[in-house]
Write a protein that binds this ligand. Structure first.
Ligand code: P6P
Length: 348
């Protein structure tokens, strides 16, 4: 009989779900079932969605871990809409997530960094109530160096009534996101997820094929003394930002720099240990390099859920409304006081 600490009493009508306390070794399935028990409207479609995401994550993780042996290093020779050379692993990850998701009857459309247009649900499968936007394998150019890479995703509840998703289902405000997460394929494979009640990390035990709760309620403290950016581009940055960066060089302040050049790896380190990540506009990327829908939006959702912040230099990323599927944005994200300081510098 589970102890009272691990069994959610149904919340009184109108009360928010009680944040359950979980012991280590809790599986992702149990975490979802017990957490979502507090959502009377939960229909099980979300649990199904997450289960299919974790299936795809296990398959991609296994392939990433032996990419060098499976001939999966390197590029395919083709270029995607982003003007980037598509890596073999990008194609594998994109196909694996699509195949895992499209038949589950929980989505009305999928948007992928790897595909120009929104992906409809094949006619032989039922549609569902969610929209799934993903970067199936961000940072994949780093795979040949064994650096951490990852899958990033955001989930919206559809606006249209039924059938295939419509443009209004995805051209949305970041505030409409109902869940977001990423899977980082590194020394271990870790799924970090938020459904709007905090941020939690689950580590894959490949010997049993289960994700187990490993990071309960990840929090970002207000301050940090770590920054992540590609300093080689500061020559084309806004001078006010160059001034902020120069200020971190004061030895009395004790700042340090950490930058992998793989967004999920950089963000995960900053989420777990603290840090502010900057990808400003530059001559090479006048609107910033990172994509709003399936990179900045989901990571901003996680950052805010963890007590941090994310802006485009003007205002909160989540206040933005998507105008086109693959639009880019500047991104400043991490511990709140550092993000606020950068935003202030850019507003004076
Ligand atoms: P740069 C990887 O190509 C990526 O899209 C992100 O994962 C990463 O944060 C960024 O580009 C790195 O860009 O210009 O520093 O190589």
């Amino acid at each position: 009989m589970p102890s009272p600490a691990h069994t959610l009493a149904p919340p009184s009508p109108g009360a928010p779900p009680i944040a359950p306390q979980f012991e280590e070794g809790t599986t992702l399935d149990r975490f979802l079932l017990e957490t979502l028990r507090g959502y009377p409207e939960a229909t099980g479609q979300f649990v199904t969605l997450v289960n299919q995401v974790t299936l795809a994550a296990k398959l991609v993780s296994a392939r990433v871990n032996r990419a060098g042996l499976a001939g999966m290093f390197g590029a395919t020779g083709t270029m995607n809409i982003q003007g980037e050379y598509v890596q073999k692993m990008d194609v594998y990850a994109n196909e694996t997530f699509k195949r895992a998701l499209e038949h589950a009857g929980v989505l009305c459309m999928i948007i992928s960094e790897e595909e120009d247009d929104a992906i409809p649900i094949p006619p032989q499968f039922p549609t569902g109530k969610y929209v799934f936007a993903m970067d199936p394998l961000d940072g994949s150019s780093n795979i040949d160096t064994n650096a951490s890479i990852g899958t990033i995703f955001a989930v919206f509840r559809r606006m249209s009534e039924s059938g295939q998703g419509q443009p209004q289902d995805v051209l949305r405000s970041g505030r409409d996101i109902v869940a977001a997460g990423y899977i980082v394929y590194g020394a271990g494979t870790v799924l970090v997820l938020s459904t709007g009640r905090g941020v939690h990390g689950f580590t894959l035990d490949p010997t049993v094929g289960e994700f187990f709760l490993s990071h309960h309620d990840i929090r970002l403290t207000p301050d940090t003394r770590t920054y992540s950016c590609n300093e080689a581009y500061t020559g084309t940055w806004d001078p006010r930002l160059v001034g902020w960066l120069a200020g971190t060089k004061d030895p009395a302040l004790g700042w340090s720099a950490r930058y992998i050049g793989s967004l999920v790896g950089d963000f995960h380190r900053n989420l777990v240990k603290g840090g502010v990540f900057l990808y400003p506009p530059s001559k090479k990327a006048p609107n910033g390099k990172l994509r709003l829908l399936y990179e900045a939006f989901p990571l901003a959702f996680l950052a805010e859920q963890a007590g941090g912040a994310a802006t485009d230099g003007v205002g909160p990323i989540l206040d933005r409304t998507l105008a086109s599927l693959h639009e880019r944005t500047p991104l400043y994200i991490g511990n709140k006081n550092a993000v606020d300081a950068i935003t202030r510098v850019l507003s004076t």
